[in-house]
Ligand binder design. Structure first.
Ligand code: SAH
Ligand code: SF4
Length: 356
C-alpha cells in the first residue's frame, strides 16, 4: 500500500459515519453498500479490505486504492506489575498517542486520549508539559479502542468494556471529534458499547459542557475540580481565569443529567496545598446540592511536577469528611511503575518490561 505515493493521499475510513461512507462510494453503487461497509469496519472489525467479503473484489480494490482502513499501529507496549498496560500507538503523521488498559475484576477500563498533548497547562499534570501537538480525529479516538480491545481479546466479553476519555488531552476542546467517536462507539450497528460505560472528563470548558449536554448520544461527564476555592484553582488550573469556579458549578447544576446518571467530580490531592479538612468541607459546600459523586486521586508524582503526594491518613481524613455528605471514593493508582497512571501520560519510555 505504501507504494502509492504522489497521487491524492489515502484517507482513512475509520471514523466515518454511514453518510460519510455513502458520499465516498462510487455513485453507481446501491445505497446499502455504505451500510455493508460500515458494518464491516465497526461490527466485524475487518483487519484488511480483503476481509470484507460482503463487497465485490472490484469495489474492495477501488477502496484500497484510495483509502486505508485507518487502524493505529503499535509503537510500544508497557506492562505494569499490577496488570495495567500502556500503549504508544502510531498515527498516520508519525505522531503517536497513548492509551491504557486497566483490567479489573468485573470490567476492563480503557483510558483513551483525545488530543496529542494538552493545551490546558494544569500545574500537577505531566501531559501539560507536552503542550498541544494536535487534536485527534474521531477515527484516531475509536482506533485506540479497537486496538486495545483486539490486543486484549475484549470482544469475547464486550459487556466488560468501560471507556474513560481521561488520557492525553482536554476532550471538550475537541468536542466534535469526541462526539463523533462516541456515536460510533455507542451505535448498536457500530461498536455497540453503552453510553453508560463511557465517561468523558473535562477541566471545565463551560460552553462545550453546555453543548455536550445537548448531544443526543453522549458519554457520562466527569469534571476535574481539584480545588476548593477560586484562588487555589487558578493556581492549579489556569483555565479557571477564563471559566471561574462559581460558573463551573452553575454549569454543572444546569447540566441535563439522564435519569440513571450522576456527575463525577475528580479531585487530585496535593500535599499541603488542597488536602486539608477545611478544603474537604469547602468541597462539600460547593457540591453539596448536586447529584454527584467525588473521586479522590492522591497525586501521581512525576519529574517536573513540584507537588507531592499526601500521606494516606490525610487522604483518609479528607475522604471521611466528604463522605458524610456525598459518595466519595479513593481511586487507587494503576500502572504507576510504567507512567500509565492519571496525569502521567507523556510518552515516557519506561524502563520496565517492554513487550514485543
Ligand atoms: N483533560 C481532562 C482529562 C484528562 S486528565 C481533565 O483534566 O479532566 C484525567 C484526570 O487526571 C483529571 O481528573 C486530572 O485532574 C487527573 N490528573 C492529572 N494529573 C494528575 C496527577 N499527576 N496525579 C493524579 N491525577 C492527575
Ligand atoms: Fe490537560 Fe487534563 Fe492534564 Fe489539565 S489535567 S493539563 S486538562 S490533561
Amino acid at each position: 500500500m505504501s507504494a502509492k505515493i504522489k497521487s491524492a493521499p489515502m484517507t482513512p475510513l475509520l471514523g466515518l459515519e454511514i453518510d460519510d461512507l455513502r458520499a465516498l462510494l462510487p455513485a453507481t453503487e446501491p445505497a446499502f453498500r455504505a451500510k455493508q461497509l460500515y458494518e464491516a469496519i465497526y461490527q466485524q472489525r475487518a483487519a484488511s479490505f480483503d476481509q470484507i467479503s460482503t463487497l465485490s473484489k472490484s469495489l474492495r480494490d477501488h477502496l484500497a486504492a484510495h483509502h486505508t482502513l485507518g487502524h493505529l499501529h503499535q509503537d510500544s507496549r508497557y506492562q505494569s506489575a499490577d496488570g495495567t498496560r500502556r500503549y504508544l500507538l502510531g498515527l498516520s503523521d508519525a505522531k503517536s498517542v497513548e492509551a491504557v488498559i486497566m483490567p479489573e475484576e468485573s470490567r476492563d477500563t480503557l483510558c483513551i486520549s483525545t488530543q496529542v498533548g494538552c493545551p490546558v497547562n494544569c500545574s500537577f499534570c505531566l501531559t501539560a508539559l507536552m503542550g498541544l501537538e494536535r487534536n485527534l480525529t474521531a477515527g484516531e479516538i475509536v482506533g485506540q479502542v479497537l486496538h486495545l480491545a483486539a490486543d486484549n481479546n475484549l470482544w469475547s466479553d464486550q459487556k466488560r468494556i468501560n471507556i474513560v476519555m481521561m488520557g492525553q488531552g482536554e476532550p471538550l476542546l475537541n468536542l466534535a471529534a469526541v462526539l463523533k467517536a462516541t456515536r460510533l462507539l455507542c451505535d448498536p450497528k457500530g461498536l455497540n458499547i453503552s453510553p453508560r460505560r463511557i465517561t468523558v472528563s473535562t477541566s471545565g470548558i463551560l460552553p462545550a459542557m453546555v453543548e455536550l449536554g445537548q448531544a443526543e448520544v453522549r458519554p457520562r461527564l466527569a469534571i476535574s475540580l481539584n480545588a476548593s476555592h477560586e484562588e487555589q484553582r487558578r493556581e492549579l488550573m489556569p483555565i479557571t481565569r477564563k471559566y471561574h469556579l462559581a460558573d463551573l458549578i452553575d454549569t454543572c447544576r444546569a447540566y441535563p443529567l439522564r435519569p440513571w446518571e450522576k456527575l463525577t467530580f475528580e479531585y487530585v490531592l496535593l500535599r499541603g496545598f488542597n488536602d486539608t479538612d477545611q478544603d474537604a468541607r469547602r468541597v462539600v459546600s460547593l457540591l453539596g446540592n448536586l447529584n454527584c459523586k467525588v473521586n479522590l486521586i492522591a497525586l501521581n508524582p512525576g519529574p517536573g511536577i513540584s507537588f507531592e503526594t499526601p500521606d494516606p491518613d490525610r487522604v483518609a481524613s479528607f475522604q471521611a469528611i466528604v463522605r458524610r455528605s456525598l459518595p466519595c471514593f479513593l481511586r487507587r493508582p494503576r500502572g504507576l511503575d510504567i507512567y500509565a497512571a492519571c496525569g502521567q501520560l507523556k510518552r515516557m519510555e519506561s524502563n520496565l518490561v517492554s513487550l514485543p
